[in-house]
Design a protein around this ligand. Sequence first.
Ligand code: FES
Length: 110
Amino acid sequence: MDELGKVRKKALVINKRPVVVVYSEQGSLHALRDVCPHKGPCLSDGMLDKNCAGAMSGEYIFDRETEVLRCPWHSWEFDIRTGKSLFSPDKIRVRTYPVTVEEGDVFVEL
Ligand code: FES
C-alpha cells in the first residue's frame, strides 16, 4: 500500500490476468483490466490525469472529481472508478475489479 501511494499506479498479473491498480488523489484504490479495449496496449503505460473537456475549441474545463487513465497509443480516457470511457461510456469500457486493503496489503477480487 505504501508503495502504491508513491507511484499512483502499478501493473500486476494476477492469475494470468493483467490488472492495473490505481491510487487516486482522493485516497481511494481502484483496479482495472490492464488492456485498452481499442487495440490492446497496457493502460498502465498511459498517464493518470484529471479529466479535461470543453464544449468548444480552445475551451478547457478541468474536472477535479474524475481521474482518468489515458491509453498510451490513441489517448482514449477511462474513468478509474468505473472503467467507462469518457467519449462513449455506455459502449466502451474497461473491466473493473473490487479492491480492499487489509493491514496494509492490497487485495484485488477477480
Ligand atoms: S489502443 Fe488504446 S486508444 Fe487506441
